[in-house]
Ligand binder design. Structure first.
Ligand SMILES: Nc1nc2c(c(=O)[nH]1)N[C@H]1C(S)=C(S)[C@@H](COP(=O)(O)OP(=O)(O)OC[C@H]3O[C@@H](n4cnc5c(=O)[nH]c(N)nc54)[C@H](O)[C@@H]3O)O[C@H]1N2
Ligand SMILES: Nc1nc2c(c(=O)[nH]1)N[C@H]1C(S)=C(S)[C@@H](COP(=O)(O)OP(=O)(O)OC[C@H]3O[C@@H](n4cnc5c(=O)[nH]c(N)nc54)[C@H](O)[C@@H]3O)O[C@H]1N2
Ligand code: SF4
Ligand SMILES: [Mo]
Length: 713
């Protein structure tokens, strides 16, 4: 038998004519798992396999998305040439024609409607180099104030909360290696088991070591199943729930007086506020029984060390930033920050969700986490870019507000890079209507997404396999993604496309880069002295050291594993606690007689964001080939909805049709729909345009809806 097997393998091996190994990183989530694509040529066909590669963050693990990522990158639907819309059809044109077309249209718009009539919409799935360059492109080549990016819908609440409370925003204040040794963990509105699967062993080890895990989610998920205590919160009430936890912590005296005295401002006001609140009322508001609130607070308060993690469940709310700040209040009150095994983690979303929020794609930001309205910051960046400070535009508006400006006719042309706003923005019907009004829309993508379909011109870009550059993962660790795969057809890298457009617009001298590394070296200087200081990081070091946690201000600096050990980043070195009301300033839509249920939205393991990439991957698409609505059987019966049947979901904004999925895991008053599908399954047709007043995050996690069977039974 063994002989036979050996013979079989030998023959197979001989059939393999060649094997190429491509080092890369997964294009999807913030874990940025390192991996290798192995490409075998066997007689006349090719065979592909992806394997994980050891590194300090994912330690060689991969989830199903990473293992199958090459399926979309190698898909025959990849755009290989620039495509121009002529009489409603896309036709192939040359790069020269495409660039001339952009020059003509952009210049015309600038002359007719002014410099601020052009907008740039970017992404956190592009590299640091590209995110940096896109910000520079908007300000230097287009001279527009209108640039923002899809991270506004993703990281803005956590980013603004950390900036306001700590004085700086790096997603995780510690490194992942500390998780297994912490004693108590709160997972608030995060479904890591499906969204960052390779992080799970850190938490599983913590549990094995005796840590107590508390999960806060309106649904039972693969993540909440790991928890010792699951608080099945009513959607949108996390700020109040955190007040309840704080109240018990204060009452039971689990506060760290010495830490507060030395390291924080605002505790007395918070203490007074939570003392005035009524726990029964909070239980009523949040749907979490008093005993459970008490239990969670005691378990967290009494332990020596603890960590809190938040993600989009808490953050994608019209009070997302202040709700996160209330969880940070808990950490400060109990002195569980800036110490070993104690800290905060905003579980970052997209692959470069961290880096792309640091280097100038945001409406109000300049590289290195600098502020565009700060005169010193403006002067420094203007000097790096070789322009005058006064030539730098001022701050613009957030992603969804740019769409509103398009609808109003203030913005008439747009460059869209790496996003699919027709599916990912709230109020999707309005978004589509707005984008159709543009005089000229250029989309840079790998595929003809739902939004690219509306474009006048689509430019073909490279995938993760082809495009080298740095990404900053959820730890704040800068990593180098190597890329050796050739681009399909005439596709170019995003950074090359930015440089090419700048050149035809007469700004080539500011964009004369011939490699990603050259751009990185300029980014290093631009970030120098800023909060997110990358100056000490080089490609060479990244290759040798396997990633570096910022800030890293000089070449001899080893990177910063744990933040806030001696002081916070505010000028006085103290953290800033804040009083958080149970009732948000922007009231959330509440269930009514006409729209009696809460709708919340999110993700499934096998799909990524608007699904443009994962729906192209047969192994992933097969796991969930259509959208669904998770509903409690009792609620389903009340509204006459059988299991696995088509159901119409309506809100004040629109309606969609998806398949029902009965589940005891969800609250009776809530339904859940993922957002990975388009057209009549696009759940963002239901979500309202209300934004968080501080960070401009939409309220993706709370809408009021009604449900009805499509076919009456
Ligand atoms: N498989 C997969 N992985 C991904 C992605 C993907 O699309 N697919 N996207 C990546 C990106 S960009 C991001 S931002 C992250 C997102 O990662 P997560 O934020 O973990 O994902 P979500 O599913 O959006 O929301 C998390 C949980 O919040 C719960 N939730 C809903 N409403 C509330 C509420 O009011 N309060 C609380 N406490 N919880 C609530 C939902 O039930 C859900 O289980 O994942 C990244 N990883
Ligand atoms: N209802 C609801 N809506 C949500 C959310 C939610 O939880 N609920 N979550 C929000 C969150 S957290 C996020 S991050 C957003 C994301 O939403 P989007 O910004 O729309 O993100 P993607 O679906 O990843 O779209 C990326 C597009 O860029 C293309 N692309 C991929 N890689 C590259 C590249 O390297 N270069 C270029 N040029 N193109 C590329 C892809 O083919 C795809 O068409 O959605 C938000 N919308
Ligand atoms: S999706 Fe996230 S966890 Fe899965 S392989 Fe990719 S980077 Fe790793
Ligand atoms: Mo995200």
């Amino acid at each position: 038998m063994t002989e036979l097997l050996l013979k079989y393998f030998r023959t197979k091996q001989q059939e393999v004519q060649s094997e190429k190994v491509h080092d890369t990183q997964c294009p999807y989530c913030s874990m940025q798992c390192k991996m290798q694509l192995i490409e075998q040529s066997i007689v006349s066909r090719k065979k592909y396999m992806t394997i994980g590669k050891d590194n300090p963050t994912s330690e060689g693990r991969l989830c199903i998305k990473g293992m199958n990522a090459h399926q979309h990158a190698l898909h025959s639907d990849r755009i290989k040439y620039p495509l121009l819309k002529v009489n409603g059809e896309f036709v192939r044109i040359s790069w020269e024609q495409a660039l001339n077309h952009i020059k003509e249209n952009f210049t015309k718009i600038q002359m007719e409607d002014g410099l601020n009539a052009l907008a740039v919409y970017g992404s956190a799935s592009i590299t640091n180099e590209e995110a940096y360059l896109l910000g520079k492109f908007a300000r230097v080549a287009l001279k527009t104030k209108y640039i923002d990016y899809n991270g506004r819908l993703c990281m803005s609440a956590a980013a603004s909360a950390a900036s306001q409370t700590f004085g700086m925003d790096r997603g995780f204040t510690n490194s992942l290696s500390e998780i297994p040794s912490t004693r108590c963990i709160i997972l608030a509105g995060t479904n890591i088991a499906e969204c960052q699967p390779t992080i799970m062993p850190y938490f599983e080890k913590a549990k094995e070591n005796g840590a107590y895990i508390i999960a806060i989610d309106p649904r039972e998920t693969a993540t909440t199943k790991m928890a010792d205590l699951h608080l099945k919160v009513k959607p949108g009430t996390d700020a109040a729930l955190a007040n309840g936890l704080l109240k018990v912590i204060v009452e039971e005296n689990y506060i760290d007086e010495a830490f507060i005295q030395e390291r924080a401002n605002g505790f007395e006001e918070v203490k007074e506020h939570v003392s005035s609140l009524n726990l029964e009322e909070i239980a009523q508001m949040t749907g979490v029984p008093v005993e459970q609130i008490r239990k969670a607070a005691v378990m967290f308060g009494r332990e020596e060390t603890g960590m809190i993690f938040t993600a989009r469940g808490v953050e994608q709310q019209t009070d997302g930033s202040i709700a996160v700040r209330n969880f940070l209040n808990i950490l400060i009150a109990t002195g569980k920050i800036g110490k070993p095994y104690s800290g905060y983690g905003a579980i970052t979303g997209q692959g470069n969700g961290q880096g792309a929020r640091e280097h100038g794609q945001k409406a109000d930001q300049l590289p290195g986490y600098r502020v565009i309205e700060n005169e010193e910051h403006r002067a420094y960046i203007a000097s790096v870019w070789g322009i005058s400070k006064d030539a730098l535009p001022r701050k613009g508006v957030s992603a969804y507000e740019m769409i509103e400006k398009i609808h109003d006719g203030d913005i008439t042309g747009m460059l869209l890079m790496c996003s699919n706003p027709v599916v990912s923005n709230p109020n999707a019907n309005f978004v589509k209507e707005a984008l159709k009004k543009l005089k000229f829309l250029v989309a840079v993508d790998m595929f003809v997404s739902e939004t690219a379909r509306l474009a006048d011109l689509i430019l073909p870009t490279s995938s993760y396999l082809e495009d080298e550059g740095t990404m900053t993962n959820l730890e704040g660790r800068v990593t180098l993604r190597e890329a050796s795969y050739p681009c399909p057809g005439e596709a170019k890298h995003d950074w090359q496309i930015i440089c090419d457009i700048a050149r035809v617009l007469g700004k080539g001298e500011y964009f004369s880069f011939s490699s990603a590394e050259e751009i990185f070296n300029e980014l290093r200087v631009a970030s120098r002295g800023g909060i997110a200081d990358y100056y000490g990081i080089t490609y060479d070091r990244l290759r040798k050291e396997g990633g570096i946690l910022w800030p890293c201000p000089d070449l001899a600096h080893k990177g910063t594993k744990r933040l806030f050990e001696t002081s916070f980043a505010h000028p006085d070195g103290k953290a800033s606690m804040v009083v958080v009301s149970n009732n948000p300033t922007v009231p959330k839509e509440q269930p009514s007689e006409e729209f009696p249920l809460y709708l919340t939205t999110g993700r499934v393991m096998s799909h990524y964001l608007t699904g443009v990439q994962t729906r192209k991957s047969p192994s992933l698409a097969a796991r969930n080939f259509e959208s669904f609505m998770e509903i409690h059987p009792t609620t389903a019966l009340k509204y006459h909805i059988p299991d696995h049947s088509l159901v119409k979901i309506e809100s004040r904004r629109g309606s969609i049709v998806v398949r029902s999925k009965w589940s005891e895991a969800i609250r009776h008053d809530t339904v859940f729909v993922p957002f990975h599908w388009d057209g009549s399954q696009n759940v963002n047709r239901l979500v309202s345009k209300e934004l968080d007043p501080t960070c401009r995050m939409p309220g993706f996690k709370v809408s009021a809806v009604k449900v009805s069977p499509v076919v009456e039974f």
